[in-house]
Design a protein around this ligand. Sequence first.
Ligand code: CDP
Length: 231
Amino acid sequence: MEEFKTIIALDGPAGSGKSTVANMLADRLGYIHADSGAMYRTLTLALMECVGPGDQPEEFGERLRNYVYDPGALGVEVALDASRQSNRLRGQDVGDRIRTPDVTARIRYIADSRACREVVNELLRRFARLTPLVADGRDIGTVVFPETPAKFYLDASVNVRALRRLADFQKQGAQITLESLEREIAARDEQDRNRPFGALAQAPDAILIDTSHLSPNDVVHRILSRLQIQF
Ligand code: CDP
């Protein structure tokens, strides 16, 4: 553990509020927010460009079965610039392009790959040797940094999580129904909880926070007050 700076691990399912809370916490503490989901998303986009996205996600998965994974050749660059994580593909910032439904629908093929998970985990550990982190994801407290004492697991009902996503999409002017988001979130929960390694799980020593009826500020306050006890 000594090789790493302080790490706050935030895990939980899609829409539980991890990213917003991680950003706010990192700002408050002067830490960097390491967004592991963005790393999986950037790898997914890179592979979609490399092998072609296919009309359906399953076709993309099929194309990847014969692909020999070579992270160096993909042009993915995840770096810490000016105190934040930047996600680039062949020199271009892809922060917006990685959050489309087409990418989300294909991530499972990358998140299920042990080779891809090792690339992401090693990158997170490299960051943690350089700077204190608020790291969010699915397996941060269980697999990536199991030694950190600061572990939180954020959760909320499927309905609340879908409503949050709906609000995000509406801000971007996208047409999408609550029912389709509920279906997508429930399907992703199922995939995230059942992958053979790096599955979504609450570490035994993680503090559970149900964010269903809490504002991001409330969640940040709860985490900060727990941290005062720990450190
Ligand atoms: O923002 P949202 O919760 O939709 O997802 P994200 O955090 O950007 O992560 C997208 C997907 O990447 C998740 O549904 C997981 O399948 C995968 N992921 C993972 O397997 N392990 C992580 N540590 C983070 C993300």
